[in-house]
Design a protein around this ligand. Structure first.
Ligand code: HEC
Ligand code: HEC
Length: 263
């Protein structure tokens, strides 16, 4: 029993961390990203490591999980005598270099799950641009290993990086009335699945219109504490109660209509 409770506690903490991470990517809510990094000039290993360290402690949200406890592998000290992450990275997957393993860990965390841990590590491409991910790789390499991220890696990432989305106007994560856009901008799909993709923290949106009518959906969004979805009792309290302030009335109605039509 206590084991199950611990697992659930760990999952919930992880999820809250994940939500923080997602919330941090919403421009009004974060404060770290813009001043954290300007990689346009100096791409020396030392500059990359310094930038990566700032992202690790700031916008990356890594310490939420990796900082303490047993939720995630300790990156600074040895895991079972294997050394800090910069030392053990090269031996994780046969034939894969340290650099490639670390980049994969951050961008396709499901590709290799460190034994003994739950697959809760988020895909950082959702929250960090590729050049910042490379800076984090350089920083991780510096923890017990040698840095071989080069300016070329970063420039290639910058060249392929999608253009930054336009800054949303003040007052909300988006002003769009497109329900899918609203769900994405408010991080709903980080916790709820739609069309088979998205989080599994809360009930899937697929088929939700068969279970709940518009009024119940509106209530669930505005006042998540009022009712708890069957089967999700252990997740009660995880859904943020702030959407009433975050969404405009028109956005709320667009969401309610859209969700009620998911049958
Ligand atoms: C929600 C919790 C969570 C967050 C946030 C998170 N991680 Fe992880 N991470 C994990 C867990 C759990 C594992 C082990 C399971 C796995 O391999 O996916 C892991 C694995 C890793 C590994 C592989 C470790 C090894 O020993 O091979 C690296 C590297 C890593 N994370 C780096 C980071 C960095 C850098 C950040 C921030 C930019 C970050 N993680 C954010 C939970 C998290
Ligand atoms: C951090 C995770 C998280 C986020 C973000 C989140 N939810 Fe939820 N949501 C949950 C959980 C967990 C439940 C089930 C527990 C409960 O009822 O409180 C839930 C329940 C719901 C329900 C009731 C579903 C049912 O079948 O009973 C609706 C509707 C809903 N959420 C809509 C949304 C919308 C819309 C957004 C974004 C504006 C959103 N949620 C954002 C975690 C989240």
């Amino acid at each position: 029993m206590w084991r199950t409770n611990l697992k659930i506690a760990a999952l919930v903490l992880g999820v809250v961390g994940l939500f923080t991470l997602v919330a941090n990517s919403i421009p009004q809510l974060e404060s770290d990203v813009p001043q954290a990094l300007d990689l346009s000039g100096d791409l020396s290993p030392a500059a990359l490591v310094a930038a990566g360290e700032r992202i690790y402690g700031g916008a990356g949200g890594c310490a939420t999980c990796h900082g303490l406890g047993t939720r995630a592998p300790n990156l600074f000290s040895g895991e079972g005598g294997q050394g800090a992450i910069g030392a053990r990275c090269g031996g994780r997957k046969p034939g894969m270099s340290c650099k490639d393993y670390l980049f994969e860990s951050l961008t396709e965390p499901g590709a290799f799950v460190v034994p003994g841990y739950q697959p809760i590590m988020p895909d950082l491409r959702r929250t960090l641009p590729a050049d910042q991910i490379w800076a984090v790789v350089a920083y991780l390499e510096s923890l017990g290993g040698s840095v071989d991220v080069v300016a070329e890696d970063v420039r290639a990432a910058q060249a392929t990086a999608p253009p930054a989305p336009p800054a949303p106007p003040a007052g909300g994560a988006t002003q769009s009335l497109d329900p899918r856009e609203i769900l994405a901008a408010n991080a709903c799909v980080g916790c709820h699945a739609l069309g088979g993709t998205g989080g599994a923290v809360g009930p899937p949106f697929d088929g939700i219109g068969r279970r709940l009518g518009p009024d119940q959906i509106r209530e669930a969004i505005l006042n998540p504490a009022a009712t708890t979805s069957a089967g999700y009792e252990q997740m009660a309290g995880v859904m943020p109660a702030t959407f009433g302030q975050q969404l405009t009335a028109a956005q709320l109605e667009a969401l309610v209509t859209f969700l009620a039509s998911q049958r």
